[in-house]
Design a protein around this ligand. Structure first.
Ligand code: HXC
Length: 515
């Protein structure tokens, strides 16, 4: 008898390992994707997967659903380790009813979400789903609500990362949008509210899945996803890498990764990197690479709003966040998209205890109707909000232009920056010389015998007076002017001082973020 029970159990378990069956698995492989179990196997350290809910099945009967039951019901859930650190994980199984979302799926995912939050470990979702399971009606909608609610409650407490590894439609896209970071796989993953068929019937628009919600759409245009990877393997490796910069929860320090890069290393090339011509660009990534631990920079939203760079990196082994204006793209100006990019990243760093290091070379906010109609005021305000709200150590380096709004929003003491360094090439001013000329000496220049020469003389005078870091240093708005080559050791020393920083903010339920 005991043997029969064991045999039955083993059969059930065997079935659960097969998902939607061999032909569905073959189809999954043919489309260049791994199955849910294969993904988990590659993601977790060998032998650490502890599965829960493997045999759970739905109990629905509408539309012949009683004949479509599969152990596990389209999602594989459990706990394991990534590089020796505990994580919770769920992987939707497209081979079972297209990974469509059911009440049982939600119960299984909720279990993982709840335990991750209670024990303080990251929760990783590997998504591959056709959205709400139509045959379950409102059960499926309510089930999504249960996941979303937990996403929101866990936000900023434990890292939540979503990997999109197949078509994710309808409700399947909102949970990723509520998590901290989303990774998409090129060519096989899509995110959209409804697929091309429904789009055609509602709007008459002909569009492919790729055009509607492929990985380039969301990493380059919409900003919905922060990363894309070439295939399932690369996406999984990327998530492991990302986890290496994050603490297990908001009460922990970020992980320490020993480095051979000396904390006192100085790079002479930095002294030459800023061109004499103020309007000339330079290679920002090269500049940053000379300061942070060798090979430690990981850009986030690399292809979106390229006028700003945000990245994880390490300084003497400790994870930090970098915000930098990129003079190589739109002169590093701030606009709607870069404001969203920077402010969200500041909040991410603040939530997970990553110090924020800002490199300022920015002519200010982008003017014009396109930006104004799009709400650059409220989007731009997010940067001010994000920096001021953040209580993690914050250090700013003014490398060149810190002009107008860019100075105030990005680098100023008033945004509760702890320390502001400036390079001798730094320029802290209300605006550039060309903009200032008509306001300060407009009439005189016009009336001059040689207006061109008068303008040139003004530019020279303005440059001498304001386009340097010394006026700001006089009044303590810049704490120290440093040689560019000293930047790495200065930052490391300062971070050591700031690592026990405690900063209070007024007690409140929450602020009203200018979104
Ligand atoms: C039930 C579903 C399903 C769903 C897919 N399937 N989506 N079953 N509910 N939502 C089933 C298919 O019937 C099929 O079953 C199997 O999964 C594989 O699907 P295919 O269509 O054959 O695969 P493919 O050609 O790769 O297309 C994948 C897809 C497409 C693009 C995801 O299936 C699709 O467009 N599905 C519907 C997407 C959608 O509009 N979802 C929104 C739901 S509303 P068989 O038995 O034939 O193998 C929603 C609202 C929530 O989610 C709102 C919360 C805020």
């Amino acid at each position: 008898m005991a043997d029969q029970r064991l045999t039955k159990f083993r059969e059930l378990r065997e079935r659960s390992l097969l998902g939607g069956g061999q032909s569905a698995i073959d189809k999954q492989h043919q489309s260049g994707k791994y199955t849910a179990r294969e993904r988990i196997d590659k993601f977790l350290d060998k032998g650490t997967f502890n599965e829960l809910g493997a045999l759970a099945q739905h109990t629905k009967i509408d539309f012949d659903m009683d004949k479509k039951k599969f152990p596990g019901d389209g999602v594989v859930t459990g706990f394991g380790e990534v590089n020796g650190r505990a994580v919770g994980v769920f992987a939707q199984d497209f081979t079972i009813l297209g990974g469509s979302f059911s009440a049982v799926q939600a119960q299984k995912i909720n279990k993982i979400q709840d335990l991750c939050l209670e024990v303080g470990i990251p929760c990783i979702g590997l998504n591959d789903s056709g959205g709400a399971r139509v045959q379950e009606g409102v059960y499926s909608l309510a089930a999504y609500g249960e996941v979303f609610c937990r996403n929101v409650l866990a936000s900023g407490v434990i890292p939540q990362i979503s990997v999109i590894m197949g078509p994710c439609a309808g409700g399947a896209v909102y949970s990723p949008a509520l998590t901290d970071l989303t990774v998409m796989v090129d060519g096989t993953s899509y995110m959209f509210l409804t697929g091309p068929g429904v789009v055609k019937s509602v709007t008459g628009e002909d569009v492919t899945q790729e055009e509607l919600g492929g990985s380039t759409v969301h990493t380059q245009r919409s900003g919905v996803a922060q990363f894309r990877a070439a295939d399932d393997d690369a996406a999984i490796e990327l998530v492991k890498k990302i986890l290496g910069y994050l603490p297990q929860n908001n009460n922990e320090d970020t992980p320490f990764v020993p480095t051979k890069d000396s904390p006192t290393r100085m790079d002479e090339n930095l002294n030459e990197i800023i061109p004499d011509d103020d309007n000339k660009a330079y290679d920002l990534i090269d500049l940053l690479g000379r300061i942070f631990d060798t090979g430690s920079i990981l850009q986030i939203q690399e292809e979106y709003a390229r006028n700003a760079v945000v990245a994880f990196a390490r300084l003497d082994g400790r994870a930090v966040g970098i915000v930098a204006n990129n003079p190589g793209f739109m002169s590093g100006v701030l606009d709607i998209d870069s404001s969203d990019k920077i402010s969200r990243f500041c909040r991410l760093c603040d939530a997970y205890n990553l110090p924020i290091i800002t490199f300022v070379d920015c002519p200010g906010y982008l003017p014009g109707t396109q930006q104004e109609y799009g709400g650059v005021i409220r989007h731009g305000a997010k940067i001010i909000y994000g920096y001021t709200e953040a209580t993690v150590p914050k250090i700013c380096v003014v490398t060149r232009k810190a002009t107008g709004g860019a100075y105030v929003a990005l680098s100023s003491k008033q945004m509760r920056n702890d320390v502001v360094f400036a390079w001798p090439s730094g320029q802290v001013a209300v605006m550039g010389a060309a903009g200032a000329a008509p306001l300060v000496r407009g009439k005189e220049i016009k009336a001059a015998a040689d207006p061109k020469a008068a303008l040139a003389a003004f530019v020279e005078e303005y440059r001498e007076t304001f386009l340097n870091p010394y006026r700001a240093a006089d009044i303590g708005q810049v704490d120290e002017v440093i040689e560019p080559k000293e930047t790495r050791p200065r930052l490391i020393q300062m971070l050591q001082v700031l690592q026990t920083k405690v900063q209070a903010s007024p007690n409140k339920k929450h602020g009203i973020f200018p979104s």
